[in-house]
Design a protein around this ligand. Structure first.
Ligand code: MG
Ligand code: ZN
Length: 371
């Protein structure tokens, strides 16, 4: 009888202790807000993703996703959209007209997801292979009625206080029609600036790597691993502060491969994007408080993967080579296909189904708020 009482007391003490421990654990370690990485393969439809499965040597990293959806890419003005309206739909949560940067269909500036999360205490970052003032990155911090207003966009960037910037576009800052050197203003905003290369990120400061006059070279013109290296440098930099982060990474030239109707360019740019994706997925898998969304603004080239034929120069006869495929394009313009969305990490299940491009904004915010 006495033994039983003792064990009851012991049990009660244990229960109380467990409760206190639980409360302490909750107090000591509140769940940090969700980190968000948005990767945009400009011009990357299903055919472009498919090319990674035929032309790569390893299993593409795209295969590491289980949560996959499709979005409807059209703009309010054109069924076949462009990168400006496409990225603005992701950044503001509403569709707009072709060429619009961060403005509604009535040209009214809209708060972007980057600006909103920054106001909520997030660190922010943008990586592009084009000028950092180009339509895709610009749609996250600028508000202008036309995508070609590069000098105005650059002027808006220097006061947007984005914490990590990597891309091209030097001339829009330091060789301008108004004679201003915007890099001086950037330095006043607590930036370290490198106009030649990556690698010198400093914790506790903002970092800008604006390393070409306009865009970076394409992969086939010798770009190297800039996209992957910039992405890893950004993730390393964000990890040094306690705050959560929002990072947009653009594989910009998958689109240009389509405009050039150049299979080699398209395939090599998708491979470069996939390589970067592998590094980012490794990060997401080891940092579970992160959501990764990978998509495109639209498809470019009306690309398809079809039969490969060998041509006999003498007879002109075409013979199918069963173990090879070829990439074909039907246009040097954008197309209207449904666009794949791949998601990984917390909230990834929200990205299944078929929905409007602008829903990506709302699904990201839902994942953050439900975390
Ligand atoms: Mg782009
Ligand atoms: Zn394009």
């Amino acid at each position: 009888m006495i033994v039983m009482k003792k064990s009851l007391v012991l049990l009660s003490v244990l229960l109380v202790n467990t409760c206190i421990l639980r409360i302490k654990a909750q107090e000591a370690k509140p769940e940090k807000p969700l980190n968000v990485i948005l990767m945009i393969g400009d011009g990357m439809g299903i055919p472009q993703v498919s090319s990674a499965f035929y032309f790569g040597e390893e299993t593409p990293n795209f295969e590491r996703f289980e949560e996959i959806g499709l979005h409807k890419s059209y703009s309010t003005s054109h069924l076949i959209t462009d990168s400006a309206a496409g990225a603005t739909a992701f950044s503001t949560g509403q569709k707009t007209y072709k060429r619009a940067i961060g403005v509604s269909k009535d040209t009214i500036p809209q708060e972007t997801i980057l600006e909103k999360l920054k106001n909520e205490g997030y660190q922010t970052g943008l990586i592009s292979l084009t000028s950092i003032t180009h339509a895709t990155p610009a749609s996250f911090y600028a508000h202008v009625k036309d995508r070609d207003m590069h000098e105005e966009i650059a002027e808006q960037l220097i006061t947007a206080d984005v914490d990590f910037l990597a891309g091209g576009g030097r001339k829009f800052f330091s060789n301008r029609s108004d004679g201003k050197n915007l890099f001086n203003i950037l330095l006043e905003h607590n930036y370290t600036l490198d106009t030649l290369k990556l690698g010198s990120s400093k914790a506790g400061m903002r970092n800008a790597f604006i390393i070409e006059d306009e865009g970076l070279p394409s992969k086939i013109d010798g770009r190297g691993d800039f996209l992957k290296e910039a992405s890893l440098e950004a993730l390393d930099y964000f990890g040094k502060a306690e705050k959560p982060f929002f990072l947009m990474i653009e594989g910009s030239y998958i689109d240009w491969g389509g405009h050039d109707m150049n299979p080699e360019m398209m395939i090599s740019e998708v491979a470069d994007f996939d390589k970067t994706l592998g590094a980012v997925l490794d990060y997401v898998e080891s940092h579970p408080n992160t959501l990764l969304v990978v998509t495109a603004d639209h498809e470019t080239g009306g690309a398809s993967i079809g039969k490969y034929y060998k041509l006999d120069a003498e007879t002109g006869k075409k013979t199918e080579v069963p173990e090879k495929v070829a990439v074909y394009f039907i246009t040097d313009q954008h197309s209207g296909e449904l666009i794949p969305v791949f998601a990984k990490g917390k909230g990834a299940e929200n990205f299944k189904g078929i929905y409007q491009n602008a829903q990506i904004y709302h699904k990201i915010l839902k994942a953050i708020h439900e975390n």
